[in-house]
Design a protein around this ligand. Structure first.
Ligand code: FAD
Length: 408
């Protein structure tokens, strides 16, 4: 049995930040981080961007070099999976029966890419983009692929399509909703990105249902739609969302819904167990208190810092405005806030200039801003959201007026 003051389960963005912030805050207790990937903690966003493109090496993905963890006495156990937790006894057990007795446990287990739930979804040549290992495999197969089908027009699917079309591949995006990014953005943003991708040579079909995949010798060869169309594919990428890793902690007794339920200090319903990042769901004040998971680096980092504040005895809830980004071609989309329940949008600027923003209002209040190549709007928009301001709509739309000047 290994005894540790802090046991972090998951060596990703959130888990790493807990360890880093604890040491930065002067914490001197023992810290063990158990992660089931073979890598030291690394940055996930480049997986669908520069790393997929081959413009970034594995070394440059790492959040910290090996010496950092050693020097700071953070014990990294990579390639190990926690399989069960006895919350009362404060013991976590790996799938090879190694036991960890902990003081506090931080469940930072993220999630896994949703597999394609249709016949043929398990053929070879079908890929997802969640881990470094998965992307290495994808990159190997991309070399010999000519026709690539991306199922799902969300951020990850679109980013991958942008990289692969630049590499000369024939890319087709299939999206079940009537427009890409439908779950996360308003119609003008979707229209803009659809037209950008089409201009780069990507084929996009929206409002289509994929019924199954056809294979040959166990390998995917085409994707079949409900209308009977068959799209040939040497390789398929499924970008259809994330399933949070919550089964193990739920079995230990933690209250879970669409994730591990936590309060504003990331405490679960179990004693001395916190949960953060993609697997944790919380009542978000920027979404009218709705329980949701925020899948982003700033959220994982912010929640990690909230946990550390509790452990260090100076509790500070994480209540920052959620924010996100997505890079496609030479376009940088930055989002501040959550457009949950929006009832109106204001277009600021002309999409044809490839630099514009879309502002989301709920009962007149600015709740989110999508800024495309518009860093100033993003920065000021974040503050507008934070203050929950109701601003004159004509001023919001007027690009001669800086959003910053509307902050009051
Ligand atoms: C391709 C891609 C692109 C992205 N792009 C962006 C972006 O542009 N901007 C942005 O803000 N966010 C982006 N994200 C999201 C961002 O990477 C995540 O929100 C962030 O990594 C969440 O951190 P986390 O610590 O919660 O989870 P993760 O980083 O996923 O870490 C969780 C770790 O726990 C491990 N684990 C799970 N179960 C166990 C277990 N039982 N025992 C041990 N270990 C376990 C997992 O294998 C994983 O290594 C992107 C994500 C992906 C996949």
């Amino acid at each position: 049995m290994i005894t540790t003051d802090i046991l972090i389960v998951g060596g990703g963005q959130g888990g790493a930040q807990v360890a880093i912030s604890l040491r930065q805050g002067g914490y001197e207790g023992s810290i063990v981080m158990v992660g089931d990937e073979p890598d030291m903690p690394y940055d996930r966003p480049p997986l669908s961007k520069d790393y997929l493109a081959g413009d970034k090496t594995v070394d440059r993905l790492l959040l910290r070099k090996a010496e950092f963890w050693e020097k700071n006495k953070i014990d990294l156990c990579v390639g190990k999976r926690i399989a069960s937790i006895d919350a009362e006894a404060h013991v976590a057990i790996t799938d090879d029966e190694e036991k960890f007795q902990y003081g506090y446990l931080i469940w930072a287990a993220g999630g896994y890419a949703r597999p394609l739930p249709i016949p043929g979804g398990d053929l070879s040549g079908i890929h997802v983009i969640r881990t470094r290992e998965q992307v290495d495999l994808l990159r190997l197969e991309v070399e010999n692929a000519r026709e690539i089908v991306v199922i799902g027009g969300g951020y990850i699917g679109l980013e991958a399509a942008a990289v692969l079309t630049k590499q000369g591949k024939k890319v087709t995006i299939l999206e079940a909703e009537s427009r890409v990014l439908a779950r996360v953005a308003g119609a003008p943003i979707s229209e803009f990105y659809e037209s950008e991708h089409r201009a780069q040579g990507v084929t996009i079909h929206t409002g289509v249902a994929v019924t199954h995949l056809e294979g040959e010798n166990g390998r995917v060869k085409s994707v079949v739609l409900a209308n009977g169309d068959e799209i040939s594919a040497d390789l398929v990428i499924a970008g259809i969302g994330l399933i949070p890793n919550k089964d193990i902690i739920e079995a230990a007794g933690a209250k879970c819904s669409n994730g591990v339920e936590v309060d504003e200090l990331c405490r679960t319903s179990l004693p001395d167990i916190f949960s953060i990042g993609d697997c944790a769901c919380h009542a978000n004040k920027f979404a009218e208190g709705a329980f949701l998971r925020v899948e982003s680096v700033p959220n994982a980092v912010g929640q990690a810092k909230a946990v550390v504040s509790v452990i260090l005895g100076d509790p500070k809830p994480f209540v920052d405005v959620p924010w996100f980004w997505s890079n496609q071609y030479d376009l940088k989309l930055q989002t501040a806030g959550l457009n949950h329940g929006y009832d109106e949008t204001i277009l600021r600027g002309d999409p044809a200039t490839r630099s514009f923003s879309l502002i989301y209002l709920r009962k007149g209040q600015v709740v989110a801003v999508d800024a495309v190549n518009m860093i100033k709007d993003f920065m000021a928009g974040k503050k507008l959201v934070e203050k929950g301001l109701v601003v004159d709509k004509a001023s919001l739309a007027d690009t001669d007026i800086l959003l910053k000047s509307l902050l009051g």
